[in-house]
Design a binder for this molecule. Structure first.
Ligand SMILES: *Cc1c(COP(=O)(O)O)cnc(C)c1O
Length: 436
């Protein structure tokens, strides 16, 4: 029992019992989370989440009324506004040497972090992924940096083999830690832009022949026309050559198309998969999720993080997991899938009307429609029509298309990501029809 209070004699006994029963039932919700360490099937409400966070933050030493503080860092925070921004976990998480190590000044925050990681694991398990996981206090790109750095430390990796996908974060994640990147070029296959696994193998072989230690950074989630990398085949090859394999799965957790690919890849060499907390778990931007079957590699990633971190991104992940629950998340995944289907139907109608076409690229989240107009202009008009999210890409934009030659079409990308509503889809098509 979390709280055994003495209120005897203040009110009639039968009322006292009734009150204690209600309190007990409410506290039980929190106790269950602490005991079972699993994401509940049905999300729990904010008041219980708040109380759980309050109980944990009351365990941190800065809340000790008789504490004597003589360190250079004592979680002295000037305003309540600031306290609230970190849910009163003013000491943050981690120790300077290891992100996931318990912090002696902050037993409560340490429990909170450990609990979050356990919940993450149970959440991923409920989606079919049997992995170890940690929440990171930085977003996807920086979490990729941490993972690459861990690969360098553990395996002596000195070059990142990157099947070309035009996102600046993974490219900067590599330059940030001072590693060289070797791009593997994409090829055109119908409307799809993809990277041949044999070309990746070729790059691996060349680097090994040059006495280098490559690590492969593959991409699972991307805008069409770039297809997902074939992570299963890449994982097989990485196994054969005994080199590390890190997967950028920024928004992979929201759709079973990606989860199935991850499951298959996990049978071979996968050192870490990185996903975004905001793209998958409805948190504000700032957190990441790393998961793998290789627990020792997770530890290595945690060791690379320099210093302590803000508790905020971690708490946000915890709150989302508790508030959403597994059942509701699966429902949201279904809704995402239905919205994507609707998007494709409506986009096809629109394309027929306008003499355009929907690009034939397998993607469970995003679709592209061609345009004869300037796609940047179309995207600008959509922005002014208060639509956010679409990307307009010119066929000669080698970065945008992920293709180093000239792509056959100008196009607009529209996304149906988790959280989207059918209304959004109807409305974006209506706006698109005006400007395309
Ligand atoms: C969103 C995204 C990133 C970058 O994520 P941040 O969380 O902003 O660092 C990297 N790669 C891909 C494929 C993405 O979709």
């Amino acid at each position: 029992m979390l709280l055994d209070i003495d209120i005897s004699g203040l009110i009639p006994k039968h009322m006292e019992n009734r009150g204690k029963l209600t309190l007990k039932e409410n506290l039980k919700i929190i106790e269950n989370i602490l005991e079972q360490r699993k994401v509940p099937e049905n999300g729990i409400d904010e008041e219980h989440i708040k109380l759980l966070l309050r109980i944990l933050s009351f365990m941190d030493t800065d809340k000790d009324p008789n504490v004597i503080q003589i360190g250079e860092r004592e979680a002295r925070v000037y305003t309540k506004l600031q306290r609230e921004s970190v849910f009163d976990f003013c000491h943050g998480v981690g120790r300077s040497g290891n992100l996931i190590d318990p912090q002696p000044k902050a037993p409560g925050a340490s429990v909170m972090y450990k609990l979050t990681n356990k919940l993450l694991e149970s959440f991923l398990k409920s989606l079919g992924l049997n992995v170890k996981a940690i929440a990171t206090p930085v977003a996807t790109g920086m979490t990729i940096s941490l993972s690459l750095s861990a690969s360098r430390k553990k395996y002596g990796s000195n070059v990142v083999i990157y099947p070309y996908a035009a996102h600046k974060s993974p490219i900067k994640a590599t330059s940030f830690i001072g590693m060289r990147m070797r791009l593997v070029e994409t090829v055109l296959d119908g409307d799809s832009v993809k990277v041949e696994v044999s070309d990746i193998e070729d790059a691996i072989r060349r680097e090994i022949n040059n006495k280098n230690n490559p690590v492969v950074l593959s991409t699972l989630t991307f805008f069409p026309p770039r297809e997902s990398d074939n992570i299963e085949e890449i994982a097989k090859i990485c196994g054969e050559y005994d080199i590390p394999h890190i997967i950028n799965g920024a928004y992979a957790i929201q759709n079973f198309y990606y989860i199935d690919k991850i499951r298959k890849a996990l049978r071979y060499r996968v050192d870490a998969i990185i996903s975004s907390s905001d793209k998958n778990l409805f948190t504000p931007i700032g957190g990441g999720i790393v998961y793998t079957k290789d627990e020792s590699f997770l530890k290595e990633i945690s060791l690379t993080y320099p210093g302590r971190a803000s508790a905020n991104p971690i708490v946000n992940i915890l709150i989302s997991l508790l508030a959403i629950g597994t059942k509701n998340y699966i429902d949201l995944m279904k809704e995402q899938k239905e919205c994507k289907k609707l998007l494709d139907e409506l986009l096809n109608d629109l394309a027929n009307k306008k003499g355009e076409k929907v690009l034939n690229v397998k993607n469970p989240i995003s679709s592209c429609i061609t345009t004869k107009k300037d796609p940047l202009d179309v995207a600008g008009k959509l922005y002014n029509l208060r639509v956010t999210g679409p990307r307009g890409v010119r066929k000669n934009d080698k970065f945008g298309t992920c293709y180093l030659g000239e792509y056959p079409y100008n196009y607009i990308v529209v996304n149906s990501a988790i959280g989207v509503k059918k209304e959004d889809i109807y409305k974006v098509i209506e706006k698109l029809s005006k400007v395309i």
